[in-house]
Design a protein around this ligand. Structure first.
Ligand SMILES: [Fe+2]
Ligand SMILES: [Fe+2]
Length: 134
């Protein structure tokens, strides 16, 4: 089953929604790795992509936090750091087991979509809109 973007994930800020959509695409790719010819190589490529994209996306949000003097920035930036650390830990823990690694990563990302995108990210909508970012 494909993992696809849903309107319920929207934060009604186009640049952020576009970036979150890339995360969902990466999640979908992750969930399909075990069926490819060289899962280990494919998985490590997707993880690299995910790591790069996470940094890029978090930098985008954090740039606006500073620019708009967003009150929840400290807590939010901390959550971004935790994401990166957790990703590293999962990678280390399951480096010898492609199947477990891909399952754990998809679970981790699904949890992030629910608890970060749909909860924490939504808290900055008002502040971003007030500053003219839609
Ligand atoms: Fe985000
Ligand atoms: Fe965020």
């Amino acid at each position: 089953m494909a993992i696809i973007w849903d309107e319920k994930y929207s934060v009604r800020i186009s640049i952020i929604d576009e970036q979150h959509k890339q995360f969902v695409l990466l999640m979908d790719k992750l969930s399909k790795t075990i069926n490819v010819v060289n899962p280990k190589e494919t998985l490590s490529q997707i993880i690299k992509e995910l790591e790069r994209y996470a940094v890029y996306h978090f930098n985008t949000e954090e740039k606006y936090f500073i620019e708009f003097n967003y009150l929840g920035k400290k807590e939010h930036i901390e959550a971004h750091r935790n994401f990166v650390e957790k990703l590293e830990k999962i990678k280390e823990k399951h480096h010898n087991d492609v199947v477990m690694l891909s399952i754990e990563l998809v679970t981790f990302m699904s949890d992030w979509l629910v608890n970060h995108v749909q909860d924490m990210d939504k808290k900055y909508i008002e502040c971003f809109h007030e500053n003219g970012l839609y």
